[in-house]
Write a protein of this length. Sequence first.
Length: 361
Amino acid sequence: MTEYAYIHIPFCKSKCKYCSFTSFTNDNLITPYVYSLLKEIETNYEYEPLKTLYIGGGTPSILPLNLLEKIIKKFHFSDSPEITIETNPCDITEDYLESLYNLGINRISVGVQTFDDNVLKIIGRRHDSKQALSALELIKNSNIKNYSADLIYGLPSQTEEIFKNDLKTLLECEPNHISLYGLKIEENCYFFKNPPQNLPDDDFQADLYLYAVKELGQNGYEHYEISNFAKPDYFSRHNMNYWNNEYYYGFGVSAHGYSDGIRYNNTNELQKYIDNPTFHEYGKELNTEEKLQEEIFLGFRRCKGISVSEINEKFGIDFENKYAKPLKKYSEAGFIEKENGRYKLSLNGVLLSNIILSDFM
């Protein structure tokens, strides 16, 4: 049974220079895209009451409200669902928030990234710091009480002072949830072909991350996943489903889903999706070993880590025996810790998570 759904809205008014996600600026295709999306939902959704719906992008907040309403009305919901939409700060108005609330949306994720106007220009964001602060204040005073804000560390020309001010400013806004991402320049983004100047190195990024973890903890935010922090009772229920390795629908161009033991994804070509939205570009039924590897990878992303008894029961293994070598290696180095029958990455282990996890694969 699949009770969680992700919808990809791939349109933006402009493309950020660090963005490698599937997104497009030809907004004349928004309406035909949404009607193809509705067709995919009609074909593949099995009418389970959803516990969460997450509308991401791209920039979903550029969708006309009548089209957003058509999408949401395609689903049935359980009692007290979490319905999230990602937004750009300059799209937020009092009337817009009220319209979202009336559509049933009860969680907002705001892409702030930084409050420094110079850095915002360098990375190609549409908003400025004043618009970001205004958006957070409007949301705080709206009927939608559950909201998250994103920050990025390691941006070009972002000094230690700038990042510390970003974090201080965001904490003063008191969002329920904060997502904190280190800049990664990947092949499909503008910065990959046009490397920016004054790009902080990996050690500097690590220092900013460790500083943020400490500051957020001191301000009442629980570090529950490598990049995510929340006040009590405000964990992202949708993302927890991912990290718990449970099933979810993926609708839209380039969307990924997981259902009945099969990982699948849709094409990342916009016109191809519009022409044939019900066809999965790729689908693979995972074998037991692949499911185990995903369980380990996702489990170590959670700050509570992996329960030895749960993973042993689920996969019929002796976890500590099967992975004795990497567990010993990284425990002795102080990068993995065992506590109350669970293995988790230490804070320094998080900084080396890709290296560590590769040893478990």
